[in-house]
Design a protein around this ligand. Structure first.
Ligand code: PSZ
Length: 279
């Protein structure tokens, strides 16, 4: 791995990149980001990720430094230079550099940064499932924006790790919203439930694919939030994300979900997902 960085419209060695201490991403978390999965050298759902980047940027009134078509070209060039087969493509756009002041500085230019992180599919987790905990959702009310401000997610994930779990399931006003970095699904009486795509969750791209697979497979689907007690009584629970795909959750707060093993609907959706990625 060559460890090259896309910085603006140039591809540089990591030690050639200098981030200014007055970059607003550094001082305020003032920016947006995406993580795109790469399978066998090809970015998966790149168009969907770039559309979400545009929406996130518009929602915080950040003007992207380049048109999305140009950003796409730059990312593909980075992938080619790195020659990465399997892994993640991380990109972020900061509002830019200016003397520290909360209000937007006039005439600021947004700054694009992207790099690759090689990694395989989480095969063991996909097969055996993972443990989760529940915790209160203390995040802001625009969780649909993929913002660089991740403290709510960071604190929740740290609690999960300290309790020996992989993910923290977030509860707002008694209802499941999503995971700290995943969307959450539950199967109740044979119907698949997940929180509606509103301002309280990230509109996950893997969530959308999962719903498509469910509908194509004739699995009944309801985009309705589950109460915390309902989640714990579900026959099956799983999480979805770009890197974790469709991953069974087999234990919540120390209690097994269903049989304590990944369930049949989760397995069918996993199979449908693998068909979509075409590997
Ligand atoms: O590497 C990782 O662990 C990743 S890569 C992407 C995510 C985690 N998470 C995205 C995400 C999120 O941050 C929140 C709060 N909810 C849902 C998701 C899943 O979104 P997609 O499916 O678009 O990755």
């Amino acid at each position: 791995m060559k460890e090259m960085i896309l910085y603006g419209d140039r591809i540089l060695k990591r030690d050639e990149v200098q981030i200014d201490i007055e970059d607003r991403a550094y001082q305020f978390g003032d920016g947006v980001y995406e993580v795109i999965r790469v399978y066998a050298g090809k970015p998966f759902c790149m168009q969907e990720h770039l559309e979400r980047l545009e929406k996130s940027a518009a929602a915080i009134r950040l003007r992207l430094p380049e048109p999305v078509s140009k950003i796409r070209e730059l990312l593909l060039r980075l992938l080619e230079v790195e020659g990465m087969r399997d892994g993640n493509l991380y990109l972020q756009v900061s509002r830019g550099v200016a003397p520290r002041n909360h209000a937007f500085p006039p005439d600021i230019k947004a700054q694009l940064v992207a790099y690759t992180q090689p990694s395989g599919r989480p095969v063991r987790e996909l097969e055996n499932g993972v443990r989760a905990i529940t915790t209160q959702d203390i995040r802001w009310l625009r969780c649909d924006i993929k913002s660089l401000n991740l403290l709510g997610a960071v604190l929740a994930k740290q609690q999960a790790v300290e309790r020996g779990a992989h993910e923290a399931i977030l509860i707002r006003d008694g209802f499941v919203t999503e995971g700290s970095s995943t969307n959450i699904f539950g199967v109740k009486a044979g119907t698949l439930y997940t929180h509606p795509a509103d301002h309280l969750i990230l509109h996950g791209i893997t969530r959308k694919i999962t719903l498509d697979v469910a509908r194509e497979s004739g699995i009944p689907v309801r985009e309705e939030a589950l109460a915390e007690e309902e989640l714990k009584q579900c026959e099956e629970v799983f999480l979805t994300s770009t890197t974790m795909e469709i991953c069974p959750i087999v234990e919540i707060d120390g209690t097994p979900v269903g049989t304590g093993r990944p369930g049949p609907i989760t397995r069918r959706l996993q199979e449908g997902f693998v068909r979509k990625i075409g590997i």
